[in-house]
Write a protein that binds this ligand. Structure first.
Ligand SMILES: [Ca+2]
Ligand SMILES: [Ca+2]
Ligand SMILES: [Ca+2]
Length: 317
């Protein structure tokens, strides 16, 4: 009894609630699936299932859901990863670092606090993956079981800290400065199920070396993180969108050469994000624009002819 009281005291005094609260509460970062922030959804996924129960692999792998359940618009229908299983999602339009959050991950938690967690990594080449710094402040004294609950305020940069229909957002800015990663051309987002055991032989550790306490064991077919969808907030889709398209630019992003097919006959000028003109000239329908001598980043192509003009964002990577 004394031991239980001491454990309760430790749980209450030594673990904080550092992170954002429930959907609808002040300061929440949850984004509803119907938000106009989402301009696109993950289009392809490859699932590598983990076992239902990593301590007894004779039970077989998780097998609930289909890969197609983890892509497209969030709908609450999911594919289960199993213990330590992975999902690698890819996109036709590359995800990029815009202002604030750039994408959000949806799981199917049926209540605010029935959470199953996964680490999140991104890649701009499909080979080198980089993980968001994940933190779990959930007490590691007592194993969370399948009927136990996790407070979303104890969880940061883990998918998913929110219930079904609410995405957990991620900001690529947090991964800036890594030479092997172009945060403006993310082609792959990878999820890795947290094996929730508090036994270090099997468990998973957060970026601070703390074991992540997540429902365990879950020895059934829908074991592990359940991927519903990944909603995209910033991607190259927006670069190519224009309500009065008269010009098409490809490839975009490009490593230097941009091919411009345009209805314009007039002038063009290219400005950097500070508004300084870096090159200009005559535009006669088509143009091959060479920005290879300039720094990587965002530029604006302005095309001007009698009575009309158009601006297209160019991304040099
Ligand atoms: Ca961002
Ligand atoms: Ca798990
Ligand atoms: Ca789904």
């Amino acid at each position: 009894m004394i031991r239980i009281i001491i454990l309760l005291l430790i749980s209450n005094c030594c673990f904080s609630q550092s992170f954002e609260p429930l959907p609808g509460e002040n300061g929440s970062i949850a984004i509803h699936k119907d938000s106009s922030l989402f301009i696109d959804w993950a289009e392809n996924v490859v699932i590598n299932r983990g076992p239902m129960y990593i301590e007894d692999i004779s039970l077989g792998n998780a097998d609930f859901g289909l890969e197609s359940d983890g892509i497209g618009i969030a709908d609450g229908i999911v594919v289960s990863l199993g213990d330590g299983g992975t999902a690698v999602t890819t996109f036709t339009n590359l995800v990029l670092n815009g202002p604030g959050y750039d994408f959000a991950i949806f799981e199917n938690g049926y209540t605010n606090d029935y959470l199953e967690l996964a680490f999140v990594e991104v890649s701009s080449d499909g080979l080198n993956y980089f993980r968001f710094d994940a933190v779990s402040e959930t007490s590691t004294d007592i194993q969370k079981g399948n009927a136990d609950f996790i407070d979303c305020r104890f969880v940061n940069n883990l998918a998913s800290k929110y219930r079904v229909n609410y995405g957990t957002p991620f900001d690529l800015e947090e991964l800036s400065g890594i030479p092997e990663l172009d945060i403006n051309a993310i082609s792959h987002i990878k999820l890795i199920d947290v094996v929730g055991s508090i036994n270090p032989l099997y468990g998973s550790f957060d970026s601070e070396g703390t074991i992540v306490n997540d429902p365990y064991p879950t020895p059934f077919s829908s074991s592990g993180f359940d991927l519903d969808a990944i909603g995209i907030i910033h991607s190259t889709l927006a670069l190519n969108e224009n309500s009065f398209i008269k010009s098409v630019v490809y490839p975009n992003p490009s490593t230097g050469l941009f091919q411009i097919d345009s209805e314009f006959i007039g002038l063009f000028l290219v400005t950097n994000i500070q508004g300084k003109i870096i090159t200009e000239g005559a535009l006669l329908n088509n143009l091959e624009l060479d920005l290879s001598q300039f720094d990587n980043g965002l530029y604006y192509l302005n095309m001007i002819s009698k009575g009309s003009k158009e601006q297209i964002k160019l991304y040099k990577k």
